[in-house]
Write a protein that binds this ligand. Structure first.
Ligand code: HEM
Length: 410
């Protein structure tokens, strides 16, 4: 990859080798099919998740009865409706304030920038998922989310997962789900106020979902944010440091707006930065590899999968395919200029996954990364300790490594 130092874990190296030797669809083991072809991936995902009914609630399982069928698409639809509020100017303003709060508190301290980026993205997102909690309950949810992030990052940063970490995670998970359940019940009974967050639509759906499945849905949201948004922000920090010309262009663009004004419409008001962020999500797309269980036999062109077998997808390899992208290894945000769009054929850009299970927070995440760039352009400076040591790691998520220093207020 051009002018970037890369560290790849062995499993990614092995995928890269097999892709080169055998093409975009190959058998991994007897039970697993690798599908790095964008069109086939799209079709297989669509078939695998065409009918997605939520699992039975825990108490129904214990009682040996079936929960009333609720489609996952219904839950997603309710979240997507609430996302309109979270991506309104007011929603972005609140998010930006919380991001600033995390960065202000860390300014002047020596940091692993990856961990800082994770915290500066995820802690502000949690009230958008479940707001109105007491400081103690909020901290419990934050602890649970960060414990999952630590596990993800421990694939190469072993110190993130000390010996008792996994056992503690169970405890964090239990305690956090108690808080979620309490909040759901409190709102349903009128003892706690309704909030403009993603938990709220689950309160309306409680009669159908039951409290177990509503808790599971909110927990699924908290889990969904643990792999991509923070890793994307860490890559934004990294490219912000190295792409000097782009940093100057973005700083000029972003400085022309107050943070408040930018919140009206981050993508529209900052098109240069939006292209930069889109390119980060292309070239450093996380998670690079995802594994799926086959839910019902799938028989399509080049694909013959039986129930309970596995298939493997990769937005990362799709985004680096020489046959669909021009010069895919080059970081070039201008490929997103309107006149270059034909270089991105349908289905070849999937930083938010594949329908019908693609990311429900895509617009929120995209806007949040632009707000982060605004903070870097106007309020903070990243002082990287040894810039020459930093490199990119292609691992469970893609993020920089050996990337330390201080964030300073300017
Ligand atoms: C830049 C930021 C983000 C990126 C790059 C991103 C990326 C992704 C990707 C790649 C998936 C699919 C994962 C898979 O196929 O296994 C996904 C799913 C999901 N994301 Fe995001 N995400 C971002 C932000 C968010 C935010 C802010 C939220 C909510 C607050 C969110 C909620 C979800 C949910 C709920 C799913 C699962 C959807 C389902 O199972 O139907 N994401 N995201």
């Amino acid at each position: 990859m051009q002018d970037t130092k890369i560290f790849e874990i062995p499993s990614v190296q092995a995928f890269r080798r097999r892709l080169r030797e055998e093409g975009p669809v190959f058998q991994l083991q007897e039970q697993a099919l690798v599908i790095f072809d964008p069109k086939i991936a799209e079709r297989v995902e669509a078939e695998n998740y065409a009918d997605l009914t939520m699992l039975d609630g825990f108490s129904d399982v214990v009682r040996g009865r079936e929960s009333e069928a609720v489609s996952w698409h219904q839950v997603r639809g309710a979240w997507l409706t609430q996302m309109r509020t979270l991506t309104s100017a007011e929603g972005f303003r609140r998010l930006a304030q919380r991001m600033q709060g995390v960065l202000d508190a860390e300014a002047g301290r020596e940091q692993d920038f990856v961990w800082l980026a994770e915290r500066a993205m995820l802690e502000p997102l949690i009230p958008a998922i479940i707001g109105g909690l007491s400081p103690r309950a909020h901290k419990r949810v934050v602890d649970e989310v960060l414990s999952k992030v630590a596990l993800v990052l421990s694939d190469i940063d072993a110190h993130r997962c000390p010996p008792l970490h996994r056992s503690k995670m169970w405890l964090y998970q239990f305690v956090s789900s108690v808080e979620v359940r309490r909040e759901l019940k409190g709102r349903a009974s009128g003892k706690r106020p309704r909030q403009q967050d993603l938990t709220d639509p689950m309160v309306d759906m409680l009669p159908d979902l039951g409290v177990d499945r509503a808790t599971d849905a909110v927990t699924a949201l908290l889990t969904a944010i643990t792999s991509s948004p923070g890793a994307a922000a860490a890559c934004l920090f990294y490219e912000w440091q190295r792409q000097h010309e782009w940093r100057e262009r973005m700083t000029a663009e972003l400085s022309a707006h107050t943070l408040d004004a930018l919140c009206e419409s981050p993508v529209r008001l900052a098109p240069v930065t939006a292209r930069f962020v889109k390119e980060i999500l292309r070239i450093w797309s996380s998670p690079p590899i995802v594994t799926r269980r086959v839910r019902g036999d799938i028989c399509q062109e080049q694909v013959d999968l039986k129930t309970d077998q596995v298939y493997v997808l990769s937005s990362f390899f799709v985004h680096h395919d020489q046959t669909t992208w021009s010069d895919p290894e080059t970081f070039n945000p201008d490929r997103w200029l309107a006149e270059s769009r034909e270089q991105c054929p349908h289905g070849s850009y999937v930083p938010f996954g594949w329908a019908p299970k693609s990311c429900v927070g895509a617009n929120l995440g995209l806007g949040q990364l632009i707000l982060m760039a605004h903070l870097l352009a106007t309020r903070y400076r990243l002082d990287v300790r040894n810039p020459d040591e930093a490199k990119m790691a292609i691992a469970s998520v893609i993020r920089p490594m050996d990337f330390h220093g201080q964030v300073r207020r300017v």
